[in-house]
Design a protein around this ligand. Structure first.
Ligand SMILES: [Fe+2]
Length: 225
C-alpha cells in the first residue's frame, strides 16, 4: 500500500495531471461499459475470459511493474513502484491468481495463452523500451482498470461455481492506493524526465487496452493504437 508516501506538492503540473487522469479514466470507463453480462455468456465464454486474463496476468504483471521501475529516472517515483512490487511478491499475487483460475475451472490452456500472444508481445516490447512516463501512464491505466474489473471477474468465477475470491477481493481494494501512487509517480517523472513531445503519452495505454479487449472479447480490435 502506498498511502503513507507523501510527495512534495510542487511536483507535476496540476492541469496536465488532471487531463491525463481524465483521459485514462475515460479509457477505463469505456472498457468497463463494454463488458458483456456474465449471465448472457456461455460457460465456455466465461471460462475463456478468466483463462486469458490469468494467462496474461500471472506471469506478466510483476514483469511489467519491474520494467516500469527500470524505466523511471525520478527518485520519488521509484519507492512507489518498489512498494507495489514488494506487495506482489510478499503476498504472492501470482499464486492468488492461479488459485482463483483453478477454482473456477479456468486454468489457461496452451490455446488460451496463444490467443493473447500477439497483443501480449506488443505490450512486452513496448515496456522493454523503458520509457518512464509512457510506462507509468500504462501501469496507471492498468491498475485503475483492474480495480474496477475485479467485481466482474468475481462474477464470472461465481457463475462457474467458484467461491475462491481472495484474488478479486484483494485487488478491488489495494489497487485504489496503487493507482493513486502511480499517478503521483507519473507527475514526478514528468518533471524529472519529460516525454519527447513527438511521442504519444498514451501509446502503451492503447496497447494494453487492446490486450484487455482481446482477453474479454477474444477478437482483433480495430481501434488505433
Ligand atoms: Fe497484484
Amino acid at each position: 500500500m502506498n498511502t503513507t508516501l507523501q510527495m512534495p506538492s510542487t511536483l507535476g503540473i496540476p492541469a496536465e495531471d488532471a487531463i491525463i487522469k481524465q483521459t485514462i479514466n475515460g479509457e477505463i470507463d469505456d472498457l468497463i461499459a463494454s463488458l458483456p453480462d456474465p449471465q448472457g455468456l456461455t460457460s465456455e465464454q466465461r471460462r475463456g475470459i478468466i483463462a486469458r486474463y490469468s494467462a496474461v496476468l500471472e506471469g506478466n504483471f510483476i514483469y511489467w511493474m519491474t520494467a516500469t521501475l527500470l524505466s523511471v529516472k525520478s527518485e520519488d517515483a521509484k519507492p512507489i513502484l518498489i512498494d507495489n512490487l514488494h506487495e506482489e511478491v510478499r503476498d504472492s499475487h501470482p499464486d492468488m491468481l492461479r488459485r482463483f483460475s483453478i477454482a473456477a475451472h479456468a486454468f489457461p490452456t496452451d490455446s488460451d495463452a496463444l490467443m493473447v500472444h500477439d497483443d501480449l508481445t506488443k505490450v512486452r516490447l513496448f515496456l522493454g523500451r523503458l520509457s518512464g512516463v509512457q510506462s507509468l501512464a500504462t501501469m496507471a491505466f492498468f491498475e485503475g482498470f483492474i480495480q474496477r474489473f475485479m467485481a466482474y471477474l468475481a462474477d464470472l468465477a461465481s457463475a462457474e461455481g467458484s467461491a475462491e475470491m481472495e484474488y478479486t477481493d484483494v485487488h478491488g481494494i489495494c489497487d485504489i492506493a496503487h493507482t493513486d501512487g502511480l499517478y503521483t509517480a507519473l507527475s514526478s517523472e514528468m518533471m524529472v524526465s519529460p516525454l519527447d513531445p513527438e511521442k504519444d503519452l498514451y501509446e502503451g495505454v492503447y496497447l494494453l487496452r487492446n490486450l484487455v479487449e482481446r482477453i474479454v472479447f477474444n477478437k482483433v480490435q480495430t481501434r488505433a493504437a
